[in-house]
Design a protein around this ligand. Structure first.
Ligand code: NAI
Length: 262
């Protein structure tokens, strides 16, 4: 058990979703006090109940990450719930879309950027003052394999996830003097998640292939010959939130079974 995480207050966005809930539950089991947020109040309440059932302290509040006032309300509620501190921020909330570039609308482009990028920016903006006050903090953002090497039929998502890497690097420079590290994860395909369910359905339609062929096609690109599990992503997130990662900042960590190597 990591001492830093054991004593930490963590805020996790997108935590009614597959990866976010996995991270929040893991941090709770490690002893952290975890505040979660997601879009739908009922989904947030259900996730809080589920996480607490696994042991640990968890509370939550729903908000749309693209609404700055809602984000501020979540940050204030998290501070109020757990003694004024936020030591770890994990920006998991994200959406994906699929389509040929000539078919994508301006609204689809803007929505992908709003949720993935502006939402991440808003949470960092409003959490950083609490981290600066304690001269310590760990910010972990969610990019993607698509942010390193773009994915066909997902140019808006790939561009937005590339932007997350730029944001991560800029803030790693900017916040280093305040004891705050900023890193991001670049996962490959993660099984049993909302994003993969959406993307695989898109490929079935756009590539005109049955689901098992789609899974085979993408698994064959992975040197370790399997897709990621939620546990694979949770483990690396836990490490980035731990004391063991104190000397890492500005990194975009591939968790892709070897599919990305740069
Ligand atoms: P998911 O769809 O299971 O969960 C995402 C959560 O974000 C959902 O609960 C959703 O309600 C929430 N959300 C969406 N829009 C929101 C908004 N406007 N305000 C607040 N919450 C909002 O997604 P999954 O698969 O767990 O992915 C999590 C993160 O990991 C995303 O950022 C995704 O882009 C990234 N990622 C996922 C991969 C995968 O294969 N699942 C691969 C690479 C990156």
């Amino acid at each position: 058990m990591d001492q830093m995480l054991k004593e930490a207050v963590a805020l996790v966005t997108g935590a009614a979703g597959a990866i976010g809930k996995g991270i929040a539950a893991d941090f709770c089991r490690e002893g952290a006090k975890v505040f979660i947020t997601d879009l739908d109040p009922k989904a947030v309440d259900a996730a809080v109940a589920e996480i607490k059932a696994g042991g640990g302290q968890c509370a939550g509040l729903a908000a749309d990450v693209t609404d700055e006032r809602g984000v501020q309300a979540v940050v204030e509620a998290a501070k109020k719930a757990f003694g004024g501190r936020i030591d770890v921020l994990v920006n998991v909330a994200g959406i994906v879309g699929q389509g040929k570039v000539e078919d994508l609308t301006a609204d689809e482009w803007d929505r992908i950027f709003a949720v993935n990028c502006k939402g991440t920016f808003f949470f960092i903006k409003h959490v950083v003052p609490a981290m600066k006050a304690h001269k310590r903090g760990k910010i972990i953002n969610f990019s993607s394999k698509s942010g390193k090497t773009g994915s066909a039929l997902m140019c808006h998502y790939s561009a937005a996830k590339g932007a997350i890497i730029g944001l991560t690097q800029a803030l790693a420079f900017e916040l280093a003097g305040d004891g705050i590290t900023v890193n991001c994860l670049c996962p490959g395909i993660v099984e049993n998640t909302g994003v993969w369910s959406h993307v695989s359905s898109g490929y079935i339609k756009n590539l005109k292939m049955p689901r098992d062929e789609v899974v085979k096609k993408f698994t064959s690109k992975v040197p370790l010959a399997r897709l990621a599990s939620i546990a694979d992503i949770v483990a690396v997130t836990r490490f980035l939130a731990s004391e063991g990662a104190d000397y890492m900042t500005g990194q975009a960590i591939n968790v892709t079974g070897g599919r990305e190597m740069h």
